[in-house]
Design a protein around this ligand. Sequence first.
Ligand code: AMP
Length: 286
Amino acid sequence: MQIITTKNELKAIVGACKANKQTIGLVPTMGALHAGHASLVKRAVEDNDVCFVSVFVNPTQFNNKEDLAKYPRNIERDAQLLESIGATYVFAPTPEEMYSAEEMNTTFEFDFAGLDKVMEGKMRPGHFNGVVQVVSRLFYLVQPDKAYFGEKDFQQLAIIHHMVERSSMAGTFGNLQIIDCPIVREESGLALSSRNERLSAEEKKTALAISKTLFDSLKWAKEDNATVASIQQRVIDTVNAVEGLEVEYYEIVDQTSLLPTDTFNHAIGCITVYCGPVRLIDNIKY
Ligand code: AMP
């Protein structure tokens, strides 16, 4: 496995892979890797001749400076994990290598068709502009045949599908395929997240109520008289009743449009909860 830190080096390696007609898989990450990331990488290794993993804490997608500063970073441990599961190349640039000063300080504009106006987009203005900025740059640099993303960040995945559908009309990313990968959880049910590293042992136990409530809500949704609105409220009330947890939002929306729905068909519930100072997200399909 080779670690690459500059765009020029990356372009040369990608050029050689293309010349050798090797298929390329890409897994974009922000590092602090865990078994959730590893599941994406293992699939990319299986499906492609070469697997690139980017490890880059993208400053332009953080609207909260403290969150950016506190985001866990551990490139040595990440590299060890990636090597052990067969990644071919790791791209780990500095922010200055990735962006010009102007790019770092101006908002990347994109037509999200409204997908950025709800949930994460509403709570973290500009977040998805930064996500699309970094992901489109990585696609441009790595020119992958397939790129792998987790359903843990369901809204991000919907936005990336939209971005690729729009731009492949213009031929930008060739035949790039986006591969959706299921959420990996701890045995306890807690969705794996780099942010879990910031939870104390006690907070981690408290956080279990999030996934448990989401799973319980699948049963509640089958009860007589259950409506989307009543289940939404019951989830919020149940999680908020746990000391140490505070729901930011829980919304049951259509899986494609991400708009509120009044039926459980093709619906997904997306939750964001503060566990102490740590902001956790999870979701469940009905
Ligand atoms: P991040 O490093 O948080 O930006 O995540 C990089 C990729 O890993 C994204 O596509 C995430 O959706 C995915 N990912 C993060 N956590 C999990 C998880 N628990 N299960 C599956 N995929 C995940």
